[in-house]
Write a protein that binds this ligand. Structure first.
Ligand SMILES: [Zn+2]
Length: 159
């Protein structure tokens, strides 16, 4: 494994990451966003129930949004401090508006957890709408706070 390439995201100093929405990488016409919901390495990880529940809600709302045909992928970070959103043919501002919209829709959701059936999910009992709502509310507040500070620029802070 001597000549293995470091992946781009390992080059960001994770000690300076705070909750926000960031451009992680650009590959041709596909932009990968980090939806960082928690500060890394701060003993403040999402539990797996929360991670999984947010994934179900946001992925479903994203795929049912006006930008659905531009959403390539939505999924959790293995470190449990955020999610990945891959978009095609969307501006950063459009992607950011989408994220705020699907967070609010989750917070306001008055219905069932999406995909909570044995045939639809690999661990369908490990889902909680309340956990998803709590995390989405918290993350939306963090995004708005960063926006109010004029820092919603999709760039990770530097040291
Ligand atoms: Zn699932």
């Amino acid at each position: 494994m001597k000549n293995i390439n470091r992946i781009t995201s390992f080059n960001v100093d994770h000690d300076f990451i705070v909750p926000g929405m960031y451009v992680s990488r650009i590959d041709g016409d596909i932009v990968t966003y980090d939806l960082r919901t928690r500060k890394p390495n701060a003993d403040d990880f999402m539990d797996n129930l929360t991670l999984h529940s947010v994934e179900h809600m946001l992925a479903t709302f994203a795929r049912n949004s006006a930008l659905s045909d531009r959403v390539i992928y939505f999924g959790p970070m293995g470190c449990r401090t955020g999610f990945y959103l891959l978009m095609r043919d969307a501006t950063n501002e459009e992607a950011y508006a989408l994220v705020k919209d699907i967070l609010q829709k989750t917070v306001d959701h008055d219905g069932e957890m999406f995909g909570a059936a044995r045939k639809e999910c690999g661990n369908y009992k490990e889902l909680s709408l309340e956990s998803a709502k709590t995390e989405c509310k918290r993350y939306l507040e963090a995004l708005l706070e960063r926006e109010n500070l004029g820092k919603a620029d999709f760039k990770y802070d530097e040291a």
